[in-house]
Write a protein of this length. Structure first.
Length: 89
């Protein structure tokens, strides 16, 4: 059975607000899943030499504000909204 260490935070009527994951720290697992191309060999070598496991997340701040304020349009919570054919500068 395969599993991943990741998450997605979904909120009603807003959608995905945050997502994150933990990187695979084991070079043997990395090679077993897919042999790295020459361009990605440095990443596997970095794992072979040691290092700490890494993780991260991304937060959609405007979507979180949309949920917290109850505003209907995301343009109303973005400090500098932009859309096609609307660029005052």
């Amino acid at each position: 059975m395969s599993q991943v260490l990741c998450f997605d935070l979904l909120l009603p009527e807003v959608g995905e607000v945050a997502g994150g994951s933990v990187r695979e720290p084991c070079p043997l697992q990395l090679r077993a899943r897919s042999p790295p191309s020459q361009q990605l060999q440095w990443y596997v070598q970095l794992r072979e030499w040691g290092g700490v496991p890494t993780a991260g997340y991304g937060l959609g701040f405007e979507r979180l504000l949309l949920f917290l304020t109850g505003v209907q349009n995301i343009r109303d919570v973005i400090p500098f909204p932009r859309w096609p054919l609307h660029c005052p500068h």
